[in-house]
Design a protein around this ligand. Structure first.
Ligand code: PEP
Ligand code: MG
Length: 324
């Protein structure tokens, strides 16, 4: 079994009817980067940068961040590396004093891009570090927790400003750094057309999207049953995001946990997903399911999936797709 999976390291992530699917990795350390590269990941679809800020009292400076992002770029050897800007909030044990400590609802509070915009010096330091690292590989920038057009515009402006300053200081900065937004707040998903012109790519953060869409805390066991992507609203919204992205020629990935769950692979293919970003641990299993799947057959089965009225109906679809 392990040996059979091992053989898939060198194999393409291609369906039976020859549709290529991109498998990118989620990483939150340099070890993850090394593993992702060894498994033949197409790149990093989500490099979480919170680890640089946690378990310490002082913020990481520009040089430390630059070296970390540069090493990720070098570690992926020219493949795309998507650096997500800081997604801290009062839900994480931050000791640097960056986050607020008195929020009643941290998940609905100052986190992600909101925190970055409220701490512009910290945000600029991170953007400068990413810009400098862009000289060493194919870096992309991804904003977490976007809910408005203004947020995307505000970060884009800061990024352009810092790129100008760095070039004037003699630093090398890549000509073009693809700029993307995470879709994890329902408002951003529903009103995607209102800001899609500002981004080069999108990545659906289903961990948070499910939490906010179903009003069910992702960490609260009492509502753990409800906190599930197997709800008709979640599937319809993902399908809608993929459709709008397609209409605007903007690539859409899914980087939440469901992208790394082999039981969800056919469901996501059926909804039209062609780009997965997942933890390296299950990359080969997901690749195996993709290689055993027929894209056209799954597209034909999509209406039935979207018509399911409850969790049981969705599970039944998954079971029958397993034998497709
Ligand atoms: C998500 O919300 O799906 C996601 C990928 O981000 P995180 O789990 O870091 O919030
Ligand atoms: Mg998230």
């Amino acid at each position: 079994e392990q040996r059979e999976l091992g053989r898939l390291r060198a194999k393409p992530s291609r369906t039976l009817d020859k549709v290529d699917i991109a498998l990118l990795a989620n990483a939150e350390s340099l070890e993850d980067v090394t593993e992702a590269h060894a498994l033949g990941a197409h790149g990093l679809g989500l490099y979480r940068t919170e680890f640089l800020f946690l378990q310490r009292d002082e913020l990481p400076d520009e040089q430390e961040q630059f070296e970390t992002y540069r090493d990720a770029a070098l570690g992926m050897n020219g493949r795309p590396v998507t650096i997500r800007t800081l997604d801290l909030g009062a839900d994480k044990a931050d000791r640097t004093g960056l986050t607020l400590s008195n929020e009643d609802n941290p998940a609905l509070g100052l986190r992600g891009v909101r925190l970055s915009l409220a701490r512009p010096k910290v945000a600029d330091t991170q953007l400068r570090a990413i810009l400098r690292a862009s000289a060493y590989g194919k870096l992309r920038i991804l904003l977490p927790m976007v809910s408005t057009r203004e947020e995307v515009l505000a970060v884009r402006r800061r990024l352009q400003k810092q790129a100008q300053l760095l070039r004037a200081e003699g630093h090398e900065v890549a000509e073009h750094i693809p700029f993307g937004a995470m879709i994890e707040v329902p408002a951003a998903a529903i009103a995607l057309e209102s800001f899609i012109d500002l981004v080069d790519f999108l990545s659906v953060g289903t961990n948070d999207l499910v939490q906010y869409l179903l009003a069910a805390d992702r960490n609260n066991e009492a509502v753990g049953e409800l906190y599930s992507p197997l709800h008709p609203a979640v599937l319809r919204l993902i399908a809608q995001i993929l459709r709008v992205g397609h209409e605007h020629d903007t690539p859409v990935a899914v980087c939440g946990e469901i992208a790394g769950d082999p039981r969800m692979t056919r469901l996501l293919l059926a909804l039209g997903l062609k780009e997965f970003s997942l933890h390296p641990g299950t990359l080969l299993e997901v690749r195996r399911v993709i290689r055993d799947s027929d894209w056209a057959q799954l597209q034909a089965a999509a209406p039935k999936l979207l018509a399911a009225r409850d969790r049981r109906g969705i599970e039944r679809w998954i079971e029958s797709a397993g034998h497709a």
